[in-house]
Write a protein that binds this ligand. Structure first.
Ligand code: SF4
Length: 133
């Protein structure tokens, strides 16, 4: 599949950077892999610094923090390119997914244990959870 997308694999087996531009590669890749997986592949396999991978955790937390005000993950990705300094783009997903699984959970987020609670407007948070003793 890689040659079809403009990428190649050198003899040592490592995957090379795509021959087409990153954004073109991403656009083609999204058709095959979907919105979330395509940027993740570019970030992890190609060490791209040009993408933000937005899944449900990134979408939810970005809106709770009011980094963005969006309705869909697709809108969130585009808004985050404006809101987040470029050097953080490749790691936004890593940090917010871990945070979303442990602290800023989908329901009953643990705001009492959150390091940024004092600076968070908690947009859309209706009930706050408590950590089990
Ligand atoms: S304060 Fe609450 S809503 Fe805001 S980021 Fe922390 S856990 Fe999420």
């Amino acid at each position: 599949m890689l040659p079809q997308w403009g990428a190649g694999s050198p003899p040592d087996g490592r995957v090379s950077k795509p021959a087409v531009s990153t954004m073109e590669f991403l656009a083609r890749f999204r058709v095959a892999l979907g919105w979330v997986c395509a940027p993740l592949v570019l970030i992890l396999a190609h060490r791209s610094g040009d993408n933000i991978c937005v899944d449900t955790h990134v979408h939810r937390i970005s809106n709770r923090l009011r980094w963005v005000a969006t309705r869909t993950p697709e809108e969130t990705e585009q808004a985050l390119y404006q809101a987040v300094p470029r050097r953080w783009w490749p790691v936004v997903n890593l940090y917010l997914v871990t945070w979303g699984q442990n602290i800023c959970r989908p329901v009953y987020p643990l705001c009492g244990d959150c390091a940024v609670a004092a600076r968070c407007p908690k947009i859309g948070v209706l009930k706050i959870g408590k950590r089990k003793p």
